[in-house]
Design a protein. Sequence first.
Length: 202
Amino acid sequence: MRLILLGPPGAGKGTQAQLLVQKHGIVQLSTGDMLRAAIAAGTPVGQKAKDIMARGDLVSDDVVVAIVADRIDQPDAQNGFVLDGFPRTVPQAEALDRLLADKGLKLDAVIQLAVDEGILLKRIENRVAELKRKGEPVRPDDNPESLKIRLEAYRRQTAPLIDYYGKRGILRTVDGMAPVQEVSAEIERVLGPVHEKGVARG
Ligand code: AMP
């Protein structure tokens, strides 16, 4: 199964991606995690991305597309994957289409987590409090100023993907305001036809 999770920062993409991994034996491909790993390792990509990410802006399309292209070729991704945080722009979605088409692969579904923007800051604050409680490092972009820029980037550059995938008939919208387990159950419900058919849709 090959899925995309779509939604603004704080919508619950990471949490739901992990649950999909447990349920379906697929891998989570989070470009944010990959970029943070590149920063931690001090690679050239990490050095390029560091300040952009801390501000809340988007890293360039060619950088993230190259990372994803490498990652989906790895053996553990052959059984399927859930993309979390990618694509974030129409050119990224087009590049993904080309990458998959070259391999004869298709997306099964794009799951949009719909949330009221008003709760996002609260969710990010909760994430920060939780990390601090566990003594884990807090993301440099989990602050009100960066969140504002991240939300603007979402509205301007990522939200058009709702239409992009909607037109292809593979968009499934789920209420992301519900408790985690309810959102997860709803995702499984909308994926039902994907499972039953066992083939790509759209
Ligand atoms: P995330 O962990 O998905 O919230 O991503 C954190 C940050 O990494 C974003 O605010 C961007 O700066 C960068 N990033 C992650 N994925 C992408 C992407 N697909 N395109 C551009 N920038 C990205």
